[in-house]
Unconditional design. Structure first.
Length: 755
């Protein structure tokens, strides 16, 4: 049978035995077709790989030669085509190849026909022909027109790699089947002299690079074990693995569980971040990914990376906000790592804290106690800023005194100190009993309307110091707030001041004791030590916020028409800091941290008031015989102990209030009178209780009618821009920007008088 693919010489060789093998040299292009046609012409295929007697051992060429010599006896036919020899020799190198070819060309076959199909060693076979031209003369060799072979081998020596052929026997078997290009396998053998390119892969990352995936995979980002898992993923589940790497996994709001440390999930997420850095929307996370080289560094870098950025950096604010979102749900134990690192630079420290965690909030209070209050801290810890905001009291003749007193008191509490100026106020007010000008708490509660639809919320030990905070919370929750300022009965202890709760006949009442526990009971968890800052304030603010949240929820559900938050007494932080024990001998022991004692026959009544059978201290000293308070005391008659708020909360009207500055384009100062502001306000509850607050100063509005108001800013006599908060009673209903200009020079009589 003649076929155009085979050379004519092969047919003559098959028809008449010549006693020696025939060398048929081909390239990749013709290999399969030539092999198929040889088999169609009656030649049996013999694989060199069959002479590999172990999976990873080279074939025994002696056995191959012996099988050729016994061809007539042992084979089904005496016509065979041998495959795999050229590829095997290409793996062995130049010397082995030529030695074997020389040996084979001289074999005596007898009556047998052996066609050796050679691929991959054409140059070496040509050299053999040059050595012995008898091969040409006897027509025992043929070179196809194209003998080019593109076989390359990858020897993957990775221990745990899956999906690979193992051993040189299987490699030769693949080549015998006609494989070209990259053939990957695992072998312990070395191929240092190979005639074809053999790449040795010693680690999984090298193997991934050889796969030319088009994915940037930097070796330093993972360990050998981790890269092996990725490699195996591509071998077993290529599309799923590619998608897992290339599709960005945005865990910005629950990132903690994905960055815990040295585990597969963390590394997989880390690798995904590295590959998809350009898709990360959070600028801080992008910054962290750029600076992180290993997955197990990711958590700590997210926590502490911000410490390496100056607060003066133009991108700091965006990075800060991005980080705050990322670490929002990190536990306190993790945040401790950041706090420790953040303390290294005391100048930059405060700018990096957030209000996400109790630990950070306490650190902010610690910093303020060491360095004093700075206005920008209100952005970092808004609740603390709301607490320290000046509250404008509206309670008659003592309003200004209480406004000034509590404003100073709050800052001193946070800064953990007592100033001489403030102590003078305590002494003056302690002698004058100014709180007696306030209504009693019971009288204020009796005036509350619509009690049948009102819930009473008693927050034990809630003092007037928290009014600005509560008012801000109510405004943010969309609640209307009305505040009455009253005084507790003396001494300021619960047993003397609980009748308002017991006599309440509304539909429901509730008592919150946690605030009182924190201030002076062991179960509150706080204990005073010298120099210890007011860390308990963090918990106080949380308790109050939770209370207002609870009220807002109940009102939104229309469970009640309104809530009244009331208190039995306040408490004093500064009386604890003062640690002043009264030097006078007493006939009775001090009670309630020494702030009062049972009355006895005593002529020295300085800073003492007698009420309900007790001597009650109006200064910061305390009587002997009673355990000092944990962090705050009550029982005395300092203003922070005795002044209590009665707060009425209800839902605001649904309509928005429209506020306009009518003379906004013509706001001009008068050097003698100040600045007159004309306002339009669409809706207020009480036209006689509208006022502006600018920088903590209160300005009363005069109502021309129900919607038009005039306000004289009598102390603003210079040009300036300022923001004014507008109140309807205790409700903040809006704010406006005032652009106050100077008088036009031509109209200024003082200017004209110069001429």
């Amino acid at each position: 049978k003649i076929n155009n693919m085979l050379c004519l010489e092969i047919y003559k060789y098959i028809d008449a035995a010549k006693g020696q093998p025939f060398f048929y040299v081909v390239g990749d292009k013709e290999y399969r077709e030539v092999l198929n046609e040889l088999q169609e012409n009656g030649l049996d295929m013999v694989r060199i790989s069959a002479f590999c007697y172990k999976d990873d051992k080279f074939p025994d060429i002696d056995e191959v030669v012996d099988s050729f010599r016994t061809l007539d006896v042992d084979c089904k036919s005496n016509k065979i085509v041998v495959v795999g020899l050229g590829e095997y020799l290409a793996l062995r190198g130049e010397v082995e190849t030529k030695q074997t070819l020389r040996r084979l060309k001289n074999i005596t076959l007898g009556n047998g026909r052996v066609v050796i199909l050679l691929r991959g060693i054409a140059p070496q076979m040509r050299d053999i022909v040059k050595e012995d031209d008898r091969l040409i003369q006897k027509k025992l060799v043929y070179f196809s027109q194209n003998t080019v072979s593109s076989i390359t081998v990858i020897n993957n020596k990775i221990k745990d790699a899956v999906g690979l052929k193992s051993g040189v026997k299987q490699l030769i078997g693949l080549l015998e089947d006609g494989m070209t290009n990259n053939v990957e396998m695992k072998s312990a053998l070395t191929f240092d002299d190979a005639l074809i390119p053999v790449t040795v892969i010693n680690n999984a990352h090298m193997a991934l690079e050889n796969m030319h995936l088009g994915i940037p995979l930097e070796k330093q980002y993972g360990s050998d074990e981790q890269w092996t898992k990725v490699l195996n993923g591509f071998r077993c589940y290529p599309e799923d693995t590619r998608m897992r790497l290339l599709v960005y996994r945005d865990y910005e709001y629950d990132i903690y569980d994905h960055v815990l440390g040295d585990n597969d999930e963390t590394w997989s997420y880390f690798l995904n971040l590295k590959i998809n850095n350009d898709k990360i929307k959070n600028k801080y996370l992008r910054y962290i990914v750029n600076m992180t080289e290993r997955a197990n560094q990711l958590k700590e870098n997210i926590l502490t990376g911000i410490t390496k950025v100056s607060h003066n950096d133009r991108e700091f604010k965006e990075l800060y906000e991005g980080r705050k979102k990322l670490v929002k749900n990190f536990p306190e134990s993790a945040i401790a790592i950041f706090v420790h690192e953040n303390k290294i630079d005391p100048i930059e420290e405060i700018y990096k804290y957030t209000d996400n965690t109790i630990l950070e909030r306490r650190e902010i209070i610690h910093w303020v106690a060491q360095n004093g209050w700075k206005d920008f801290i209100a952005e970092i810890y808004p609740a603390l800023g709301m607490y320290l905001k000046k509250y404008i009291f509206n309670c008659g003749s003592v309003s200004k005194k209480l406004t000034d007193y509590f404003d100073k008191y709050k800052f001193l509490k946070v800064e953990n100190r007592i100033s001489d100026e403030f102590m003078q106020l305590v002494y003056n007010y302690g002698k004058n009993y100014i709180y007696t000008k306030l209504q009693t708490r019971d009288a204020a509660i009796n005036k509350i309307e619509n009690k049948s639809k009102t819930c009473l919320y008693w927050i034990d030990a809630l003092g007037a110091e928290h009014l600005s905070y509560i008012a801000e919370l109510a405004n943010k929750k969309g609640l209307s707030i009305h505040i009455d300022i009253a005084r507790a009965d003396l001494p300021t202890i619960t047993s003397v001041n609980r009748s308002f709760y017991e006599r309440w006949n509304g539909p429901k009442k509730y008592k919150e004791e946690e605030l009182d526990n924190i201030k002076h009971k062991e179960k509150g968890g706080f204990f005073y030590e010298d120099g210890q800052e007011a860390f308990h304030l963090v918990s106080e603010l949380d308790i109050i916020k939770n209370a207002v949240d609870s009220v807002a929820t109940s009102l939104a559900m229309h469970e009640f028409c309104q809530f009244v938050i009331a208190s039995d007494h306040g408490a004093s932080r500064l009386a604890v800091i003062k640690k002043d024990v009264n030097p006078h001998l007493t006939d009775t022991k001090g009670e309630h941290s020494g702030r009062c004692c049972k009355a006895y026959d005593e002529n020295d009544r300085e800073f003492v008031i007698e009420e309900n059978g007790y001597f009650v201290r109006t200064d910061y000293s305390r009587y002997k015989g009673s355990r000092a308070a944990n962090v705050e005391a009550h029982g005395g008659a300092s203003l922070e102990e005795v002044v209590v708020p009665i707060i009425t909360l209800k839902l605001k009207k649904q309509s928005d209030v429209d506020i306009r500055v009518l003379n906004g384009d013509n706001l001009q100062v008068d050097r003698h009178k100040g600045t007159l502001v004309e306002l339009y306000i669409s809706d207020v509850d009480n036209i006689n209780n509208v006022y502006l607050v600018i920088d903590g100063n209160k300005y009363i509005a005069y109502a021309k009618d129900r919607t038009h108001y005039s306000i004289l800013l009598e102390d603003i006599k210079r040009r300036r821009k300022c923001r004014a908060d507008i109140y309807d009673g205790n409700d903040l209903i809006g704010n406006v920007l005032l652009n106050i200009k100077g008088k036009i020079v031509s109209e200024n009589k003082d200017f004209e008088d110069l001429f």
